[in-house]
Design a protein around this ligand. Sequence first.
Ligand SMILES: Nc1ncnc2c1ncn2[C@@H]1O[C@H](COP(=O)(O)OP(=O)(O)OP(=O)(O)O)[C@@H](O)[C@H]1O
Length: 808
Amino acid sequence: MLKGEGPGPLPPLLQQYVELRDRYPEYLLLFQVGDFYECFGEDAERLARALGLALTHKTSKDFTTPMAGIPIRAFDAYAERLLKLGFRLAVADQVEPAEAAEGLVRREVTQLLTPGTLVQEALLPREANYLAAVATGDGWGVAFLDVSTGEFKGTLLKGRSALYDELFRHRPAEVLLAPELRDNPEFLEEFRKRFPVMLSEAPFEPEGEGPLALRRAQGALLAYAARTQGGGFTPRPFCSYDPGAFMHLPEATLRALEVFEPLRGQDTLFGVLDETRTAPGRRLLQSWLRHPLLDRGPLEARLVRVERFVREGALREEVRRRLFRLADLERLATRLELGRAGPKDLAALRRSLEILPGIGALLGEEAALPDLSALRDELRAALVDEPPLKLSEGGLIREGYDPHLDALRGAQREGVAYFLELEERERARTGIPTLKVGYNAVFGYHLEVTRPYYERVPPEYRPVQTLKDRQRYTLPEMRERERELYRLEAQVRRREEELFLQVRERARGEAEALREAARILAELDVYAALAEVAVRQGYVRPRFGERLLIRAGRHPVVERKTPFVPNDLETGGELVLVTGPNMAGKSTFLRQTALIALLAQIGSFVPAEEAELPLFDRILTRIGAADDLAGGRSTFMVEMEEVALILKEATEQSLVLLDEVGRGTSSLDGVAIATAVAEALHERRCYALFATHYFELTALPLPRLKNLHVAAKEEAGGLTFYHQVLPGPASKSYGVEVARLAGLPKEVVERARALLQAMAARREGPGEAALERLLTLDPDRLTPLEALRLLHELKALALGLPLDTMKG
Ligand SMILES: Nc1ncnc2c1ncn2[C@@H]1O[C@H](COP(=O)(O)OP(=O)(O)OP(=O)(O)O)[C@@H](O)[C@H]1O
């Protein structure tokens, strides 16, 4: 029931509201009343709270209820906020003109809006906008649907972590979980922490082909899309893909390399690369970054295309200039199919089709664009230059397109001309110089006479309205003419609508060709964008081979902000240890190597003077302070889990980056773990870069160990960082020096220096000291307490620590 006060029955308007609202219980119903969308009762309170709106009251004779609303003209902005706040929206519009209604205006729900099923350009992000569904069965089935483009795909995965990686790659806006997952509190809790997105419900009835889990996921997506799109929606054919066909980029890697999202600051790899000029191009570039290729053939093919645009600057510029004016043809094709394309959409389509042949001519064979000139000509002939936003506004079909419409408009013009002439005629006839023909919504056309001339008003004038200083009249012949005009107006509107729908139908028939054009143009856009970045930033075309050789490599994101010191790397799959003081640039060096590899495997040029790279099957990373995403686990625990996964997955074709593994525990454990991990990586024969503070590692007796260090120099004023990577291990750690630079209190720095010296001295022979102490005592004469104290003492001696640090 509607929360309200008063004894009476619900007023009819609210009755209608409640009926519609109850049909969409999971949605917030926005109910059109004139120029506003209103909510009533508790929903009004929710709406007002969410948007910070004033809450008013709807009051009728003996009923009152809270009311809050948003103006329709500001709908997009409010809807976007509401969706972000986690609302699903049902929009109930008045579906007949208020004048035509007998009693209450008819209202219907015309749109259901949820974050994962949007097709409204104004509400959509520029990225792909996925709805995902997850089900279990013979594995983990996950399927994705982008309603705005019709993209529909999915895959069967073996385990939960693969599922998380796949979801993380696609960043769905909304997720449907099968009942067995939704009802599993442990799964649900973990899932919600990792993916704070809207979870919605749908039946998981199997649809399509393939393993059961995948069919169930597909079924859920189709059911949900059918509900929100009102049945008119058919996705593109389902594409079952194999994540193993692409380079494996786990969530940890995408995060650590800041591919799409910054860890700190705002800059990302995508941000640097995104010189695309069209929305489909932008989405394609994102998709390439999520799915780097494994095979040389297609990569070389991409590189050839990028190289052409690098070499031919004028061509690149010209193509990019034209691409800029293109509409999002991919999403437009979907709106055509859904019957949701408006006059502006068709105008944008026309503009785009006018640009197409020019691009085709510039590129020749390379852009085999479908011929859409017939549709273009049709749109040119049919639509006025600047059509209105809404079909109902009228005035969108061009003169000369349809003889019938032209005839109606001709008659309409004559009708209007009659009223203009009427003014002249009646002035002459009555001798009233101020006589005017006017129009208003209530009385229609009328004759207006001011007070001084009342006496001259002829008897056949029929008064319709009296104002302070003027009277309004009508004539029988005027009434007739007016009715005729209305009739013509309605006919014109109807005819325009008919013609518009015909043209839209024609365009809809070309939806597939439009998608094809969009696909080709998106690729062009990405090639041109990658070339643009390559030229601006001085990238080179990478080669693929056995060695990992990078000459004068740079970090593509860091180099945009600071003067960058380029660095070299050459390895044939050795374990490369990188040492050097904190802040020297070890992490940056590791990251830039991985970013160069990633860029090469999407077919991009890379920030270096020369680069030869193996085709990596995966990039695995353990870098930086691990945020505990799933909650409850310590930093060290997360770190070890990541290392475990790396050791499990790394192959000879993998690029592995480890940054300071073992930091999160005691230093002895840390060294031990780091050493064992280094040995295991060495064993795996993967391409590994291992940055560490443990100098013990640099001397490990491993045949394929290579030491590099990042140079720094101690000078009078402290440390100078050169950010230069040089052969061999670093000479010492400089940790205390960096601590001083960071502003640790002077006395603490002094104390640390002293301790460091003491420990270094004792480390010469810590075993000796412990042994000596052991030999001087008689175990039989010790109390248990003394024995315990002694054990602490021995341990301190063995570690070379001062005794007073080991109390307790
Ligand atoms: N080659 C380079 N040229 C210019 N600046 C660099 C270079 N490498 C790193 N830097 C800058 O030096 C700073 C420290 O870099 P980074 O975090 O890589 O150091 P680190 O050795 O990994 O430090 P820590 O051991 O404390 O993690 C950063 O601000 C980075 O921008």
